[in-house]
Design a protein around this ligand. Structure first.
Ligand SMILES: Nc1ncnc2c1ncn2[C@@H]1O[C@H](COP(=O)(O)OP(=O)(O)OP(=O)(O)O)[C@@H](O)[C@H]1O
Ligand SMILES: O=C(O)C1=C[C@@H](O)[C@@H](O)[C@H](O)C1
Ligand SMILES: [Mg+2]
Length: 171
């Protein structure tokens, strides 16, 4: 296995669980959003504001195409699985875990976060529609579906570390 990708909607826990999984598996961890912020020297709201969402999406694809060939854990941005090319790269280069969380949990976590431009520009109903539209893309493109509802971060991480350990060396 080369890479472990975490996919799912904003606030499902990709970044926080990715870090913990890195600790549990001793694999390095990278957060795509953070890598893009580091490379551009801009925050995500600034990138959306200055260049528009489409350019941000191109940066995500560029990251997947060019990121170093290393066994590692990658927390993807919430919109990454919407592009066919992104899905193909992820499935070819590693294992894909979908973190599923109910919309009410997601909304509680993200509604007041100013660092997510899509949330800032939308109503709750808009974000819920986006959640429902995206769900099949997450679901149909993951090797593993992880239910996070009523599970602690520890329980989720332990389950994922077990699956990663079991499959290490298979790919
Ligand atoms: N299962 C969980 N139990 C408790 N808190 C959680 C759980 N999952 C996520 N959280 C909390 O929700 C918040 C959002 O999580 P996180 O930033 O990891 O989401 P994300 O999937 O990386 O979102 P984005 O796509 O916007 O980067 C964090 O404060 C995190 O600690
Ligand atoms: O779901 C999305 O479209 C996004 C999620 C975040 O991870 C960031 O990549 C950005 O805020 C867009
Ligand atoms: Mg994140």
């Amino acid at each position: 296995m080369r890479k472990v990708y975490l996919i799912g909607f904003m606030g499902c826990g990709k970044s926080v669980i990715g870090k913990r999984l890195s600790f549990a598996t001793k694999m390095p961890f990278y957060d795509m959003d953070y890598e893009i912020v580091k490379k551009t020297g801009m925050t995500i709201p600034e990138i959306f504001e200055s260049y528009g969402e489409e350019r941000f999406r191109d940066m995500e694809t560029e990251f997947l195409r060019t990121f170093r060939d290393e066994s590692c854990i990658i927390a993807t941005g919430g919109g990454v699985p919407m592009r066919k090319e992104n899905r193909e790269i992820m499935r070819k280069s590693g294992l894909v875990f979908y973190l599923n969380a109910p919309f009410r949990d997601i909304w509680r976590r993200i509604s007041t976060d100013r660092n997510r431009p899509i949330v800032q520009q939308s109503t709750r109903a808009d974000v819920e529609k986006l959640y429902n539209d995206r769900k099949p893309h997450y679901f149909n493109n993951a090797h593993f579906k992880v239910e996070t509802e009523r599970r602690t971060l520890r329980e989720i991480t332990d389950y994922m570390a077990f699956q990663v350990g079991r499959l290490k060396g298979d790919k």
